[in-house]
Design a protein around this ligand. Sequence first.
Ligand SMILES: Cc1cc2nc3c(=O)[nH]c(=O)nc-3n(C[C@H](O)[C@H](O)[C@H](O)COP(=O)(O)OP(=O)(O)OC[C@H]3O[C@@H](n4cnc5c(N)ncnc54)[C@H](O)[C@@H]3O)c2cc1C
Length: 521
Amino acid sequence: MNRQKHLTNVQETEVYDIVVIGGGASGLGTAVDAATRGFRTALFEANDFAKGTSSKSTKLLHGGVRYLAQGDVALVFEALKERGLLAQNASHLVKKQTFVLPVYSIIGKLWYATGLKIYDWMSRKLSFGSTQILSKDKTVEMLPTIQSDTLKGGILYYDGQFDDARLSINLAQTASENGVDIANYCKVVGLLKEDGKVSGVLVKDVLQQKTYEVRSKVVVNATGVLIDEILQMDNAEAKKSIVPSQGIHLVVDTKFLPSEHALMIPKTTDGRVLFAIPWNGKIIIGTTDTLIKEPDLEPLPLEEEIQFILNNVNQYFDLHITRSDVLSVFVGLRPLKAPKNENQGTKSISRSHKIIVSPSGLVSITGGKWTTYRKIAEDAIDKVISSHNLQKSNCHTETLAIHGNMDAALKMDHPLGYYGNDKEKIERLIENQAVLGEPIHKDYPYVMAQVDWAIDHEMAQTVEDILSRRIRLLFLDARAAKESADKVATFMAKKLGKDQEWKQTQVKQFVKLCEQYILKG
Ligand SMILES: Cc1cc2nc3c(=O)[nH]c(=O)nc-3n(C[C@H](O)[C@H](O)[C@H](O)COP(=O)(O)OP(=O)(O)OC[C@H]3O[C@@H](n4cnc5c(N)ncnc54)[C@H](O)[C@@H]3O)c2cc1C
C-alpha cells in the first residue's frame, strides 16, 4: 500500500467508476466491495484511516442484545450473520468473547436467559457458542470482583470482539491489493459538477499541499458524522440530516475484573446496557449515548458521562474505581438520524443504515454499525449500480479474505497476533536488525519493528497514526503513549528524512492529544 504510487495513479486516471469519500468502516468496506466487482475505484480520507468513529467503538462484533429487547429483529439477524462472516474473513482480528450477565432476582434470571437463548438461536450455524445459566458460585468464579451479596446467579453468552482500527488498516490494504487508489490525508474540499450532476471531487493532499480534480461516474459520501458537510457542498440549502450522539469509554487495569470474561450490565440507571470488557490486557468500560451539538473528530467526554459510568459500574464491583484509576478515556460519535421531535430520546432512534441518492447523483451512507460494515457496503454498491446504470455485477465480499486473514486463528494474546499472516514478516525484521526488537515503552510488548512496518506497509504518516491506530497504546494507556512519543518521532524522522522541526511538531501535537485522553482530577 504505497501512498505516492496511488496518488500518481489518481493524476493519471481520466475517470473513475466510483470515488469514495471517507476512510472509516463504511468507506473502506465500500471501496473493497466496488473494486472486487470490477469497478475502477479511488478512496480519499481527510485524516488517517479510522481517525473518526471507526477507531473509537466498543470493539464488539455483535447482533446487539439491546436491539433485540427493542424488537429490531431484522438488525439483529443481519448483524449476527455479519459477525460470523467476519470471523471467517478476518480471523486474525476477531475473537469469541464470553459475557457474563449477573442477575439479582429469579425473574430477572429467567427473563435474560430466555432473551439470550433466542439471541444465540438467531445466529444459527454462525453461532459463537451456547448461552448457559450460571449458579451464584459459578458467576463469582467467572467474575471474581462482582458484588455478590444479593446475587442470584448469572447468564453466560457469546459475542464477538475485534480491533477496529487494525481492521480498518487491513481493509485499506485489501482495497489497495484489489486495485483501489487509496490515500490518507487527502481531504475532499469540493464536488465537481456537470449539468447539475456530481462528476467528481476536488481533493487536497494535506501533506504535500497539492489539489487534484478527480473525475468519477459516481461519488459515495461515507464521512460518518461529517456527512452533512459533503451534502452541503452538493446543495448549500441542504438541512442537517443527522445529529451526533457521543459514547465514551473508560479504560482501567485488569485488577478491577481479573477474568477472561466480560461483564454485561443489562440495565443502567438510565435503562441502557453497559459493558466491562477485557481487551489487549486492559478493561474497556462503556458506553454512553449523549446528543451533542457539533461533530468533532476528537470529541471530549462530558463530566456527567464519566460520573455515569463510574457510578454504574461501581455498583457491580467490590473494588471501587476512581478517576485516578482510569488509564485512557476515548470518545466516539454516532451519526443518528435527526429525531422528529426534541423529546425523542436517542435510545429509540434506529441504528440501522440508510443509503441516500441525492438529485445530483451523490450517494450517501448514513448510520449502521461496524459489525455490519460489509452489508452496508454491499447495499451501497447495489444502489450505485441501480441508480447510475453501471454494469451489473454481483457482490463477492461474503467470502473475501481480508488482508492478514489466516486459516487457523492466532491467539490474539500474542503481542504480534493481530498482524495475522504478516506476523512472520515482522519477526523477520527483528531477526535481521536486532535494534528493531527494542520495546517502544518499557511496560508494553510493542517493539520498534512495528513502527518500521507501519511506515513501510500501513501508510502511517504521523506519530499519532502509529501510537493510536497501528498499535493501540493511546487507547490503552494514554500516559505511556505520551512517554513513547519522542522515541517514535525520532525513529520516524530518521527513516523518513525529516528535520528536527518536524520531529518536535509531531511530539507536541501528539502529547496534546494524549492530554485529552488522560482523565484529570
Ligand atoms: C461510542 C460508540 C461505540 C460503538 N461501538 C460499536 C461496537 O462495539 N460495535 C459495532 O459494530 N459498532 C459500534 N459502533 C458503531 C461504529 O463504530 C460505526 O458505525 C462506524 O465506525 C462508522 O463508520 P463510518 O465509516 O461510517 O464513520 P467514521 O469512522 O467516522 O469515518 C468517516 C471518515 O470520513 C472522513 N472524512 C470526513 N470528511 C471528509 C472529507 N471531506 N474528505 C475525506 N474524508 C473525510 C473522516 O476523517 C473519517 O475518517 C459504535 C459507535 C460509537 C459512537
